[in-house]
Design a protein around this ligand. Sequence first.
Ligand code: 6GU
Length: 242
Amino acid sequence: MRIDVVTIFPGYLAPLREALLGRAIEAGLVEVAVHDLRDWTHDVHQAVDDAPYGGGPGMVMKPQVWGEALDAVLAADERPARLVVPTPAGRPFRQSTAQAWAGEQRLVFACGRYEGIDQRVVDEAAARMPVDEVSIGDYVLVGGEVAVLVMVEAVARLLPGVLGNPVSAEQDSFSDGLLEGPAYTRPLTWRGLSVPEVLRSGHHGAIARWRRDRALERTADRRPDLLAALPADALDAADRAF
Ligand code: 6GU
């Protein structure tokens, strides 16, 4: 997969080259290119924003600069791309979004700042390629850069070969619609607290049942919305008994 990020703060994306993602880049599993939007300005001030039509606070990012930037970035590689525009006004980014995007050959992220990007940039791009305006949660960030770090990490760990153990992606919270329950390692007793007995029983059926019950319990407590959204066949008789 190739990932391009266009931003006025390229340094903000430096963490993409750390840890898991850094190793995936070194292994050639992911290609990442970060571009400075100001490279496509033509004025001495390198202006990327202007006052909003209709008035109001803040500034809107100029369409000409974004248009040239996206044209150039898209032309640098022949693979078909999906354009992602992070915005608090977007559709929610979910695990299912990450799974869908993990099947793409190319993702191009356009990071807006200020009050956003002139809407015509998104509308014009949408005539040429799939475009998603997405939000990572119900809070407001200063710009899309941190949201891109979040989304790229969520997608990259699903790519074949990126995670050491692919089973861990399959067992994630959300993959079965439930939150994951608690996990324990040695020592058996720590500060007077013991590991639940069943996990040491060697009884695989009982362990699986216990884990499922803890996942159901935690989901009911912390995310009742997720439990309510499960399809009718997601819970078996033993789950319901719990
Ligand atoms: Cl994707 N961008 C910004 N600026 N704020 C956000 C967001 C994105 N998601 C939640 N808040």
